[in-house]
Design a protein around this ligand. Structure first.
Ligand code: SAM
Ligand code: DTB
Ligand code: SF4
Length: 362
């Protein structure tokens, strides 16, 4: 396992002749993973829209005018019903997303902890993506039975500044570090197709591969360009870029589960098959990601059948965590006031999208 990849080395891998790249990635993939098994996660947006952040790709940022329906935090019962549905359709993991900048101690976080306990007791892997979290919050999630925490680096440190101004790259690394202080696994990846260069893609992979240990899972998202967001005019990434990105991720992070994430509605089965061959071994299933469409579960299961793939069972890579009930919890809410940063530099296209939203709302 190498943690000292350089950007030049990673870029050289990314730019290899495609057949050499595929062969190398597939060989590395087969040494550590069953190439016919794919882990299936279901996304659940437990709190949608109205987010204070300015992430240029995101339809849930309140400052842009997008056509999504916002929702307050779901109830534990609603979440349980959705988790049971996901389980019966072959999913081993539920990933709950909230449109928050960071977690705040209080009744809403307590409710999320109860969701974690409930899903873990259904014998499914539970993942959360709730924005930035402190060490104490990570420990409370771990105690509730959280299996994974998703927090993406999104891009290279340099290109990140062109997309988000309301939090810094280091804040993201600090959140990942807080998760690492528990036995919750780390899920961290990013997005391609935001206008970044191949160097930026390599830079993001260097940042991820340098984490020690490397993330247990890495989502590779193709940007879903949503009308009203600053990135609405980005052209879809080509399948060749996606395959190269997946293969390079596999080579620099041999043990990680590489997830084919947002953007699959744009991909053919042949394209996805090439990604699985190149080392992708996880997908998001279900007809919706957080707010945008995803292929239908039945279509995915047909694709699995066609390719001879089978969904992975839960807890194959790591044992199921134990759930501690709220009344026996070792941890109290500390009500910390962490100093997450807000760089606040101007990103021209974000400002334009914000101004356009203001004029629509006026
Ligand atoms: N609010 C939390 C946060 O940002 O940390 C969690 C939810 S956020 C929607 C999770 C991730 O979804 C982002 O980091 C980004 O990588 C991905 N994402 C959001 N919008 C996307 C889009 N339009 N296309 C592709 N990926 C997207
Ligand atoms: C991740 O890397 N991709 C997922 C999950 N982690 C939370 C989210 C994709 C969101 C795509 C846009 C949307 O549906 O709102
Ligand atoms: Fe908010 Fe997360 Fe969307 Fe950024 S990516 S605007 S933090 S929901």
């Amino acid at each position: 396992m190498r943690h000292n990849w350089t950007k030049e080395e990673v870029l050289d891998i990314y730019n290899k002749p495609l057949m050499d790249l595929l062969y190398e990635a597939a060989t590395i993939h087969r040494a550590s993973h069953n190439p016919n098994q794919v882990q299936v996660s279901t996304l659940l947006s437990i709190k949608t829209g109205g987010c204070p952040e300015d992430c240029g790709y995101c339809p849930q940022a309140a400052r842009y005018h997008t056509d999504i329906e916002g929702n307050d935090l779901m109830s534990v019962q609603q979440v349980k019903a959705q988790a049971l549905r996901a389980k019966s359709s072959g999913s081993s993991r539920v990933c709950m997303g909230a449109a928050w900048r960071n977690v705040k101690d209080g009744p809403e976080f307590d409710q999320v902890l109860e969701m974690v306990r409930t899903i873990n007791k259904l014998d499914m892997e539970v993942c959360c993506t709730l924005g930035m979290i402190t060490e104490n919050q990570a420990k409370r999630l771990a105690e509730a039975g959280l299996y994974a925490y998703n927090h993406n680096l999104d891009s290279s440190e340099e290109y990140y500044k062109e997309v988000i101004s309301t939090r810094g790259y280091q804040d993201r690394l600090d959140t990942i570090d807080n998760v690492r202080k528990t036995n919750v696994t780390v899920c961290s990846g990013g997005i391609i197709g935001m206008g970044e260069s191949a160097e930026d893609r390599a830079g993001m992979l260097v940042a991820l591969a340098s984490l020690s240990p490397q993330p247990e899972s890495t989502p590779i998202n193709a940007l879903v360009a949503v009308e009203g967001t600053p990135l609405e005019e980005q052209q879809p990434v080509s399948i060749w870029d996606m395959v190269r990105m997946v293969a390079t991720t596999r080579i620099v992070m041999p043990q990680t589960q590489v997830r084919l994430s947002a953007g699959r509605t744009q991909m053919t089965r042949e394209g996805q098959a090439m990604c699985f061959f190149a080392g992708a071994n996880s997908i998001f299933a279900g007809d919706k990601l957080l707010t945008t469409p995803n292929p239908d579960v039945n279509e995915d299961m047909e694709m699995f059948k066609l390719l001879g793939l089978e969904p992975m069972k839960p807890f194959v890579k790591k044992a199921q965590p134990e759930t501690v009930e709220a009344q026996y919890s070792e941890y109290k809410a500390l009500g910390e006031k962490p100093k997450w940063t807000r760089p606040g530099h101007t990103i021209e296209r974000n400002e334009e999208a914000k101004a356009a939203a203001k004029s629509v709302k006026a």
